[in-house]
Design a protein around this ligand. Structure first.
Ligand code: 2P0
Length: 314
């Protein structure tokens, strides 16, 4: 029986998506921008089956988000029942963007297997309907997700600027509150939400121009502050959304100390306790060493910038 396999990588947003528009299509409320990682990956295989089945990391799952997404896809396309087997080589649902790489790999595999014939822009559109951050993992390197179409766009390929990302894993546990629920809570309850929305365009423009000019200091300033704005929004939601642990804070301090010592590095944190240290290639070894020695860090993973979603041999 024909099997089609795709690989996609998670991405780290440097200008974050946290909040949706009140419209169909899972549209972010603000423009966002990311880098796609190497090393961490999701591999997804699809084949026809008597009924839909999802096997994640060797365990059969009932995933409501995937089921709803498939239902929506079938309103427009002829897609048979599928056996979907997907494996992550990194912790799932722990703030390492497994839903981004997951939906990007899944739509890439289905597009090929069911001969939908879509180009990457349309695959990005369909991935976004599953998880908006997945729209960005369709492409490698530096990627933007902006209005009016909200299909990801390539800002620059990975070769444009060979940044490194050192991921400090502080917990392998899944997060307590998922991103979809969390961002809805922030929109509904945080007094800072309007300021977050109105300031995002400026952050996006500043980050995009820093990337174009390969200006690390400017990118560090805008990205770190944008991350802290998002976490301020989370913390001021009711009930509060607190994704940080003592180990997260310790890693942030490690990064600040490295910067005081002259290393080119800044941090980014998503909806989980892990810390991603984005750095210049010459700082990577020192950053990895210092994060490994930071209390509470259980694993350090060093990544380069990676490729977009693609078909691989089954
Ligand atoms: C981001 N995150 O820009 C932000 C930063 C988490 C923190 O995109 O509701 O799983 O499925 O569209 O894409 C995580 O949100 O949310 C996310 P849905 P998604 O990377």
């Amino acid at each position: 029986m024909a099997v089609t396999t795709a690989v996609a990588h998670p991405n780290v947003a440097l200008v974050k998506y946290w909040g949706k528009q009140d419209k169909a299509g899972n549209l972010p409320a603000t423009p966002n921008l990311s880098i796609t990682l190497s090393t961490l990956s999701t591999q997804t295989s699809v084949r026809e089956s008597a009924h839909d089945q999802l096997v994640l990391n060797d365990h059969e799952q009932q995933d409501l988000k995937v089921a709803a997404w498939l239902r929506q896809l079938r309103e427009s396309y002829d897609i048979p029942p599928l056996h979907i087997e997907t494996n992550n080589n990194f912790p799932t649902g722990a703030g390492l963007a497994s839903s981004a790489s997951g939906f990007a790999a899944l739509i890439t595999a289905i597009n090929e297997h069911c001969a939908l014939g879509h180009n990457p822009a349309l695959c990005s559109d369909l991935a976004r309907r599953g998880s908006a951050s997945a729209a960005r993992s369709i492409y490698g390197g530096f990627v933007a997700l902006v209005p009016p179409q909200w299909q990801a766009q390539k800002l620059a390929p990975a070769e444009h600027w060979p940044l490194r990302v050192v991921v400090a894993v502080t917990s392998h546990l899944p997060k307590a509150v998922g991103s979809t629920e969390g961002m809805q809570r922030s929109r509904d309850t945080s007094a800072y939400y309007p300021a977050w929305v109105s300031g995002s365009g400026q952050d996006f423009e500043a980050a995009a121009s820093a990337i174009e000019a390969r200006n690390f200091q400017r990118l560090a300033e805008v990205s770190e502050l944008n991350c802290l704005k998002m976490h301020s929004l989370m913390l001021t939601s009711v009930p509060t959304l607190s994704y940080w642990t003592p180990a997260t804070l310790a890693c942030m301090e490690t990064v600040r100390e490295l910067r005081r010592q002259g290393e080119g590095v800044f941090f980014s944190i998503d909806a989980g306790p892990q810390v991603k240290a984005i750095c210049l290639p010459e700082s990577q070894l020192q950053v990895a060493e210092q994060l490994r020695e930071t209390p509470g860090v259980v694993e350090v993973i060093s990544c380069e910038l990676g490729e977009g979603a693609r078909i691989v041999p089954s």
